[in-house]
Design a protein around this ligand. Sequence first.
Ligand SMILES: [Zn+2]
Length: 329
Amino acid sequence: MTIYDYLKDYQPLLFQTFGNALTNRNLSHAYLLDGEEGTPLKDVAFYLAKSLVCDNPNPYACNHCDACTRFEHGNYTDFYFFDGAESSIKKESVLELEKSFNLTSVESKGVLIYVMHNVENMTIEAINALLKFLEEPANNVFAFLTTSNTTNVLPTILSRSQILTLQIIKRDVLFGLCAELPLAREDIELLVPFYNLPALIEEEAKTERFPLYKAAVVDVLTTFSENPRLGYIKAHDLIPRLKERFIIKRVFTYFALFFKDVVNYNIGHSLLFPSLVNLTKALSLILKNPLALIVNTYEVSKKVDDNVNIGLLVDELLILMIKETTHGK
Ligand SMILES: [Zn+2]
């Protein structure tokens, strides 16, 4: 599914609003794309930005012209991208942007565009630098900011941006769309909570890291369900080995989701991971209070952002889990 089709079919309001602005050349200088985790914020931001530079817009980017092709390959000179997804955006980056934008645009379109992905993840200094930039927008400068957490975005940024919200594709609709993907059902089920678009699910499933963090979840929980103390050892072996902190946080989130599935299983509700029902069943046999574990696991996962030593967090969570088992003392 292309981003154009995604917007047209699943984000009709945004498609209409931004399409009209493009047609009438009545664009805001700053857009804030807001969507829950898993929505393709970055891809949409890039596509909207590309639509401003396309040689044959209809009114959205054609994806074929010279400008679109160069944009796609990262060779469009007047475009800057800052990624707050994996580490925070620093003041230096914003100042550098400001400096480049003081020069005139290089490309014939005469517009300068930047995307700041996960703008909630900026240092205070960077935010202040950005605010100055948003306060006095030059006529030819356009910003696309994204966030999956508007409550963490400063009101001053919100008030200077036009907010475009991405709606979630519902779970059953998403599964229908994923039916064609060359992936195991189990993997699709595991990725649906984190990626709200088939293309993103497929892309993530093919990364090197996916089998590693999947093992850190499924192997650890399976071993734990058979022998909690061996599960503890396996968790210490597999989880700290994952390189990216946001992936480690995701592993903890998976633990919470499996505990949620234990609750679902116990009360006969439909499961998040039906392909892994045997694991859920095994966990349900040994966990006394899965509901308490869900809350406690989320609490541990939040600490991943605070640079706490991962070994300590694994310890904290696994000890909590052991205490909740029927073997626990
Ligand atoms: Zn084009």
